[in-house]
Design a protein around this ligand. Structure first.
Ligand code: S3P
Length: 167
């Protein structure tokens, strides 16, 4: 499965970069969060609130398994997807895992405060993002085959990935 799988923190640009990268490479773009919402017929925030995070994580693993079995796709995954070993193994079997590396301040600056990110909702979003990213970054690095600095514009980042990763 020669997919390119983009992982990283919320606000690292996975969806925007992913769309551009798929356009450059002339292949399909799939966003696993969008796939989960389409299958569940519910928004992510609603899934978290009504069914709970563990239910969302189960849906995420099922969706990853299905999507990663296809080929020649750019796949963007949610910020929590690279945290479980099972998911990492599915992603690695599906293709090259690229980490869009970002700092908490830049990430929070990019994320709309519209309730669509339940893990940052309410209170000091920057403090929450900093604490979460500090815990997660080692796991992101462990999951990644390639690490790309994602503080640049989506166009620059997408070109960098296209030049680096062979599909
Ligand atoms: C999550 C990130 C979100 C979404 C869900 C959980 C996380 O995706 O999957 O809210 O645990 O970091 P994005 O990274 O696309 O915002």
């Amino acid at each position: 499965m020669n997919n390119i799988i983009l992982c990283g923190f919320m606000g690292s640009g996975k969806t925007t970069v992913g769309r551009r990268l798929a356009h450059i490479l002339g292949c399909r773009f799939v966003d696993t969060d969008a796939e989960i919402e389409r299958t569940a017929q519910m928004k992510t925030s609603q899934i978290f609130a009504e069914l709970g995070e563990p239910a969302f994580r189960r849906m995420e693993t099922e969706t990853l398994r299905r999507v990663c079995s296809g080929s020649r796709q750019v796949i963007s995954v949610g910020g929590g997807a690279a945290l479980s070993e099972e998911n990492v193994s599915i992603m690695k079997q599906g293709g090259t895992v690229v980490l869009l590396d970002i700092d908490a301040k830049t990430a929070v600056g990019r994320i709309k405060d519209d309730g669509s990110r339940p893990l940052l909702a309410g209170g000091d979003r920057l403090a929450k993002a900093e604490a979460l990213l500090e815990k997660r970054r080692p796991l992101y690095l462990r999951a990644a085959d390639i690490v790309i600095d994602s503080r640049n514009s989506a166009v620059v980042t997408a070109k960098k990935i296209a030049d680096t990763v062979k599909m």
